[in-house]
Write a protein that binds this ligand. Sequence first.
Ligand SMILES: [Cu+2]
Length: 337
Amino acid sequence: MLFSPTVISLVALLTSTASRKAWHRLTKSEKKAYIDAELCLMKKPATLGLPATKNRFEELQAIHQIPASITHGVGAFLPYHRLHMHAHERAMREECGYKGAQPYWDEPRDAGRFASSSVLDPVTGFGGNGAGALRCITNGPFARFVNSLGPGYRTSTPHCIHRIVNDTVSLMSGQAYVDECLALPNYLSFWPCLELAPHVGGHGGVGGLMTDPIASPGDPLFYLHHTWLDKLFWEWQARDLPARLADISGPNTPLPFGSTPPPSDSTPAGLPIFFPPLDTLPPLDSLIPPPDAPLPEGDPGNVTTLSHVLNMLGVIPSATIRDVMDIGGPLLCYEYV
Ligand SMILES: [Cu+2]
């Protein structure tokens, strides 16, 4: 039987769609394949000349660290992290022989009990909580990894992966917070809602390196957390298609550190906000962007548009927000199952 070229290319498109699943639904061997690919990225030498990076895993961390001041507290927050997750998934598949898709952490099922999550399993997961004065992780596949980037923007302080699990803060990854955000009517209210409660819930709930707003991709759990946030972004978009493939807004330049967040109707009604204790955060001066921090590119003014450039610093080709608004589009080509 002969198929027309259209049918063949459609089949090719369908079979190349990566199906992203929740971590707890992966089989033992699927979990191992993912962790082995992460360890492979940690062993592959860096080649791009990005400051202090020693391996491919750290190059993927550097594309979060270097532009952090223009990718948080701004409209590009969700599209930028979407492309970052794709860069990680792509490096695993193309450079480390990984056959699966980027998994996500289904955080609502673990909210308030991160400490006993399957994600932190020492044998089949990412290792457990930190211990000792430095709160380094002591078990699991990444216990011996020495990370060159951070705290904050620093590149001169090699350190372990450290965690300080906080199951008060992790409550903010709960379903009530998620539902509050998903019900919001437009990107301008949805994005700050997601960036506050579920986003801080995962970062502050794991604690340690994950609470570092700049260098947090030094903990491989970063990718499971942000892929879950990306799934929520897509769930929100999917509630009103195709309109939400074009709904983008927000400022390009974040308000000065410590000032009030952008005005919106996105404050969760009646749900408490928890922050990790100050003494578990990176030194404050490490969080001040260096004078040569990158500036936003691609929009004419201080409003984020579809033409906004998401600069991947050579780790993968840069793209625009327009390119990443549809997860099933030609650049990304994945789905959540
Ligand atoms: Cu981030």
